[in-house]
Design a protein around this ligand. Structure first.
Ligand SMILES: O=C(CO)[C@@H](O)[C@H](O)COP(=O)(O)O
Length: 238
C-alpha cells in the first residue's frame, strides 16, 4: 500500500494544501509576466495553518521545486515542507530558498506568503546596500516608508531568514532588499507577497530614474502615515 506523506494531517488541511498548490503554482507565472525574474531565479510560497495547533508549530509551507522552469510549475510539481524546511511531499527538492521562507513563517506568525526575486532595479539598490527612500505616494501606500536593506547573508542556513525577520520586524515595509542579493517580500498570503514584489520593483525603477534627473523631494511623515492608513484600510474593494 503506498505511503501518504500527508496522512497525519486533518482532512481540512489536506484540502487546503491541495488548493494552495494551485494558488502557488499560478502565482509563479506572475514573476516572468511582470519581468521580475530570468530563468528560474525566483520563488513563491504560502503557509498552510494546522487547524488544531494554534502556535503555528505544525503549519506547513507550499513552495516551488528548485531550478524548474516556470512553464513546468504545475500544482502537482509544488513541494510541501515543514516550517523547519524539511520535505513532507514532493517529487523534487524544494526551492534553495526554502530555509529563508520557513524561518520567516516560524518567526512572523502573521505572515502567510513569502516571495523572493532578483528583479533588476530592486537588486541594483540591494547591491549598493541603500534603502529606497519613501519619496512616492505609491511607496507610502504599499510600504509605509522606505524599503529597508537587510544584512549580507549567504544561502545555505538560517542567515537569510534571520536577516529578513530582523529587518522587517522593525518596519512597516513588506519588502526587504537583502544586501548584494535581492528583494524578499512578505504578505498575509502569497498573492499579497507577489504584489509587494511587483510594487517593489516598480518603485525601485521610478526612484532610480528620478535620481538620474536630480534629488527627489521628501514626503512628510504625517502624510506618509495618512497615505499608508488610507491605502491599507480604505482603498479598493473591501
Ligand atoms: O538566489 C538564489 C540562488 O542564489 C535563488 O533565489 C535562485 O535564484 C532560485 O532558486 P530556486 O528557487 O530555483 O531553488
Amino acid at each position: 500500500m503506498s505511503h501518504d506523506p500527508l496522512a497525519a494531517y486533518p482532512d481540512s488541511m489536506r484540502e487546503e494544501i491541495a488548493r494552495v498548490r494551485r494558488v502557488v503554482a499560478d502565482l509563479h507565472a506572475e514573476l516572468p509576466r511582470y519581468e521580475l525574474v530570468v530563468w528560474t531565479a525566483g520563488n513563491v510560497s504560502q503557509r498552510v495553518r494546522h487547524p488544531e495547533v494554534a502556535d503555528g508549530s505544525a503549519d506547513v509551507l507550499v513552495i516551488k521545486p528548485s531550478g524548474v522552469s516556470y512553464e513546468d510549475l504545475t500544482p502537482e510539481a509544488m513541494v510541501v515542507c515543514t516550517l523547519d524546511g524539511e520535505l513532507i511531499e514532493g517529487t523534487r527538492a524544494p526551492s534553495s530558498d526554502t530555509a529563508a521562507h520557513a524561518y520567516t513563517y516560524q518567526h512572523m506568525p502573521e505572515v502567510g506568503g513569502v516571495v523572493h526575486t532578483h528583479s533588476t532595479y530592486a537588486t541594483a539598490w540591494a547591491a549598493r546596500g541603500e534603502e529606497i527612500p519613501c519619496v512616492l505616494t505609491m511607496m507610502a501606500d504599499e510600504f509605509g516608508g522606505p524599503i529597508p536593506v537587510g544584512p549580507f547573508a549567504i544561502i545555505g542556513d538560517d542567515s537569510i531568514g534571520r536577516g529578513i525577520v530582523e529587518t522587517l520586524s522593525t518596519s512597516r515595509s513588506p519588502a526587504v532588499l537583502m544586501q548584494n542579493h535581492g528583494p524578499f517580500t512578505i504578505g498575509r498570503d502569497a498573492r499579497a507577497a507577489v504584489k509587494a514584489a511587483v510594487m517593489c520593483e516598480e518603485v525601485a525603477r521610478t526612484v532610480h530614474v528620478c535620481r538620474q534627473l536630480g534629488d527627489p523631494l521628501p514626503i512628510g511623515q504625517r502624510h506618509i502615515d495618512s497615505l499608508y492608513d488610507r491605502y491599507q484600510n480604505v482603498y479598493g474593494q473591501k
